[in-house]
Design a protein around this ligand. Structure first.
Ligand code: AHR
Length: 497
């Protein structure tokens, strides 16, 4: 048995608040992420509320989804909002050129999207079209959504069934402008942004936070250019994207399941590269924006594997295993550690696409291990970070990769309780974490543990509950509280006096 890992938490030194939107989601018109996975239409036999599946929306509500980003992704830069309003049977049918070349019938448009977020009780992040759109089209979309008076666009919104304005919390000018959004240089994009953002106007009480499309993966140049160009209007944050692949390469990413331990550690170890990139981008912002006006939003992240054999490769279908749950939890700890700049993130994507919360098959649905990881961490939404320092933490190493075996994050929840999250990334060895808490009594830990039999344990329609949280409890002995961590596990507990 390995020596105990020591963890010291200082409850008297509150740090930044973890914005609940750090637990945000992304839903794109891609594969069955929206159509089938969530939207079945009001006439479907699948139980629904105005077209949105009851089972899926219910499960997402239970997850306290705080924010949904829509309609893309790459799709956003080919989306024209006027095609998605008015009677559904009269909307144009387009080709979804990015994702599988399938028909896009525009059944889900602005009104349907806001119905979804309102059913979820979530905030709305609308991604504007810079690639094939214009300043005018974006400005008019915002007017359509937010205008209070009697302008023609406000009246059109009313005619389409919505009297009061929609609440738009975030609005982005394009997506991945370096790639599918137009293959631009940051210097070119920044000028486009300055021009377009000038015309994005809303009533003051409905002003979204405006997001500029940022860099990808280990890039820092986009942040540098965007933050030195003194953008005067409507610039609140930079949206950076970072996906991880077990192979570390775009071509031949690796498998979602059926992998060996070298691919387990390799995938998880890339969270350290992500953290380095986040730190590097934040250092640039700290230099150029010391007042911390500009946020760094990580508005696409997650695992990306080779497509599941037999599926349309443009649908980005992948299995979801315990490894994805552990990966998500490592991301959460990194987001908590940078909570003063990272006020929002969106996992890609909510249902059926990439690292999803939920998989559906016609009328059935199954909750993925990633869903359960998000569920465990709900007490961290809007919680206040607390210093949590590990010592004697062994390095878990294999095949040239390594990362610390234990990861910890502590916070004071909105409910006043002290929460602690621990991850043991080692799939073969248990760990024990010995706690020393200053400024609060901690004699008991009560919560849940998430693990599974194998590194790639997953929930299938045949075995939907193979990976799910189980109750966890530990008591102090001789005044000291020790938390045993099974191999490849996540433990989230409330600490009680
Ligand atoms: O999430 C899938 C795609 O990944 C998004 O559409 C795009 O922005 C990114 O490249």
């Amino acid at each position: 048995h390995a020596a105990d890992v020591q963890l010291s938490i200082d409850a008297g030194k509150p740090g930044p608040v973890i914005h609940r939107n750090v637990y945000g989601q992304f839903a794109e018109h891609l594969g069955t992420g929206i159509y089938e996975g969530m939207w079945v239409g009001p006439d479907s036999k699948v139980p629904n509320v105005r077209g949105w599946r009851k089972d899926v929306v219910g499960a997402l509500k239970a997850l306290k989804v705080p924010l949904v980003r829509w309609p893309g992704g790459c799709f956003a830069d080919e989306y024209h909002w006027r095609e998605g309003i008015g009677p559904r049977n009269q909307r144009p049918v387009k080709v979804n050129t990015h994702w599988g070349g399938v028909a896009e019938n525009n059944a889900v448009g602005t009104h349907e999207f806001f119905d979804l977020v309102e059913q979820l009780g979530a905030e709305a992040y609308v991604n504007g079209n810079l690639g094939t759109g214009s300043a005018q089209e974006m400005a008019e979309w915002l007017e359509y959504m937010t205008a209070e008076g009697n302008s023609t666009l406000a009246q059109l919104r009313r005619k389409n069934g919505r009297d009061k304005p929609f609440r738009v919390h975030y609005f982005a000018v394009g997506n991945e402008a370096w790639g599918c959004g137009g293959n631009m240089t940051p210097e070119y994009y920044v000028n486009q942004y300055r021009q377009v953002a000038t015309f994005l106007k809303t009533p003051d009480n409905n002003r979204p936070k405006f997001i500029a499309s940022g860099g990808n993966a280990n890039d820092t140049r986009w942040t540098e250019v965007l933050s030195t160009q003194n953008i005067k209007f409507n610039f609140d944050a930079i949206g950076h994207h970072y996906y991880v692949f077990p192979s570390g390469k775009w071509e031949g990413k690796g498998s979602a399941a059926g992998f060996k331990e070298d691919e387990w550690i390799s995938l998880l170890s890339y969270t350290q590269d992500f953290e380095k990139t986040v730190a590097a981008n934040i250092a640039i912002l700290d230099k150029n924006d010391p007042q911390k006006r500009i946020g760094l939003y990580l508005d696409e992240w997650g695992s990306w594997y080779d497509p599941e054999p037999g599926t349309n490769p443009g649908f980005l279908v992948q299995r979801n295993t315990l490894r994805d749950a552990v990966l998500a939890a490592l991301h959460f700890h990194m987001f908590h550690a940078h909570a003063d700049r990272v006020h929002m993130t969106n996992i890609a994507q909510m249902v059926n696409v990439l690292q999803a919360m939920i998989h559906t098959d016609k009328t059935r649905m199954v909750l993925t291990p990633t869903y359960h990881a998000f569920a465990l961490y709900t007490p961290f939404q809007d919680a206040t970070t607390l210093p949590a320092t590990l010592s004697g933490n062994p390095e878990y190493a294999l095949a040239g990769k390594s990362l610390p075996a234990v990861s910890a994050s502590a916070a004071r929840g909105k409910d006043g309780k002290l929460y602690l999250a621990l991850i043991n990334v080692n799939p073969r060895e248990a760990q024990t974490v010995k706690l020393a808490v200053q400024g609060a009594a901690a004699r008991r830990a009560v919560g849940q543990v998430l693990s599974g039999e194998a590194m790639d344990s997953e929930n299938t329609f045949a075995k939907p509950e193979a990976v799910k949280p189980k109750p966890y409890e530990a008591q102090a002995r001789d005044g000291a509280l020790s938390l045993p961590l099974p191999p490849k596990s996540i433990v989230v507990v409330a600490l009680e006096g």
